[in-house]
Design a protein around this ligand. Structure first.
Ligand code: FES
Length: 108
């Protein structure tokens, strides 16, 4: 589900480096990831079946999150699956940090 405006997501210190956190913004479940200080946001629901990607594993070197159910990895950059069985990408979102708070917004 799209996010149409910048939305307060999480205190930045609640997302440690090299970690992922699942949050809910309205009706949209979002997987936040921090790698090397950079923060990424993708839709948290796997495009293959209904599973939360934030319950999976972060691969920092690939900038990807692995689905816990059937192991497809999704790019944090563009949401595309790196491996089967998933074939469709997940949505990605813009991220900004202001005064210690992470905001998630529409991809431009
Ligand atoms: S549910 Fe994610 S790869 Fe199947």
């Amino acid at each position: 589900m799209p996010i149409n405006e910048w939305t307060e997501a999480l205190a930045a210190d609640e997302l440690p480096d090299n970690d992922i956190v699942g949050i809910k913004l309205g009706a949209t479940k979002v997987c936040l990831a921090r790698v090397g200080g950079d923060i990424y946001a993708i839709n948290d629901i796997c495009s293959h079946f209904y599973t939360r990607l934030s319950s999976g594993e972060l691969y920092e070197d690939e900038l990807a999150v692995q689905c816990p159910l059937h192991d497809s990895k999704f790019s944090l950059l563009d949401g595309k699956p790196h491996s089967e069985p998933a074939e469709k990408p997940v949505e990605t979102y813009a991220v900004k940090v202001e005064e210690g708070t992470i905001y998630v917004g529409p991809r431009v």
